[in-house]
Design a protein around this ligand. Structure first.
Ligand code: NAD
Length: 274
């Protein structure tokens, strides 16, 4: 059973490692024997192999980090993200998706055969189906600057898509779009859709008037808010060799919330579809 997850002595890259889900995943990856390269705008306190200060919405900042990362990478964990509100529209989409995509595509050639990518989407992005056309239009833009310009031009984000929802719809659709091409190279890509999770993210949302009384509406029927570790564990499993045939999936990690909505047992307030 030694090295059952396959991370021992492997290089992994993780964003958002300073807090919440990313910090929990980082702790587990260190325990599993990985060499962890942590990227965050905040201070990473875990004993990682290398911690790099990166602002994920800044291309130059990502480019600088790329020079410090190893040539061969086993897996990438895209955990950094911000809520909107209070984060403004442009910053939200640049951090939650545009920077995530740029980092992912720069690292893709370094990800080895059998390697994997996981990103953190949200149940708030699961109305992707009703907004597919607009999301695909955005994904088709040619590169980081084109996406930034499109956002600065104030284009409509489409249906069921505030800035946060749109950024997460983009992650879900991008994950599915990329799976086929990556499969040809024996690389995997997935994302998870967490239900409300206790973290700094949630505290930040509360400062904008969206407190736990509101977010609790989207909790599972046991009423529980998830912990960072609930999500950290899920992403570590999904990028591990145990999940070696799982790709192209957006996996709700929500104690059955999406299942209940899909079965009509709960109100589908977010227009969720699988
Ligand atoms: N907390 C929830 O209820 C919830 C629910 C669904 C999805 N999510 C998503 O989960 C992910 C992790 O969130 P969390 O709950 O652990 O929150 P968190 O605030 O605890 O962690 C987010 C991390 O991202 C980092 N970060 C923020 N902006 C950055 C930037 N510009 N560049 C680099 N790093 C940056 C922060 O420093 C922090 O370490 C996010 O993508 C979030 O959108 C959260």
């Amino acid at each position: 059973m030694d090295n059952i997850l396959g991370y021992k002595n492997q290089n992994v890259v993780i964003t958002g490692a300073a807090s919440g889900m990313g910090a929990a995943a980082t702790a587990l990856l260190i325990e599993a024997g990985a060499n962890v390269y942590a990227l965050d705008i905040g201070d990473v306190t875990a004993p990682v192999t290398k911690a790099l200060k990166v602002n994920i919405m800044d291309k130059a900042s990502i480019d600088a980090a790329l020079t410090e990362l190893p040539d061969t990478i086993y897996s990438l964990f895209n955990c950094a993200g911000v809520p909107h509100p209070p984060t403004p529209v442009y910053e939200t989409i640049m951090i939650n998706f545009v920077g995530l995509r740029y980092l992912t595509e720069q690292l893709l050639p370094r990800i080895c055969e059998g390697g994997a990518i996981i990103s953190i989407a949200s149940t708030a992005g699961m109305a992707w189906r009703v907004n597919l056309e607009r999301v695909q239009e955005f994904l088709a833009l040619d590169g980081f600057e084109a996406a930034s310009d499109w956002l600065k031009a104030g284009n409509e984000l489409g249906q069921q898509a505030d800035a946060y929802g749109f950024s997460k719809q983009c992650i879900i659709v991008y994950t599915m779009q990329m799976a086929g091409e990556l499969a040809k190279h024996h690389k995997r890509i997935n994302c998870i859709a967490p239900s409300p999770t206790d973290s700094a993210f949630m505290d930040s949302l509360a400062t904008a008037g969206i407190g736990k009384d509101v977010t609790a509406l989207f909790c599972p029927s046991n009423g529980d808010f998830a912990t960072g570790a609930d999500m950290g564990n899920a992403v570590v499993i999904l990028n591990s060799k145990l999940a070696g045939f799982i790709s192209g999936c957006n996996i709700p990690v929500d104690y059955g919330y999406v299942a209940e909505v899909t079965m009509g047992q709960r109100n589908n307030m977010l227009e969720i579809s699988l």
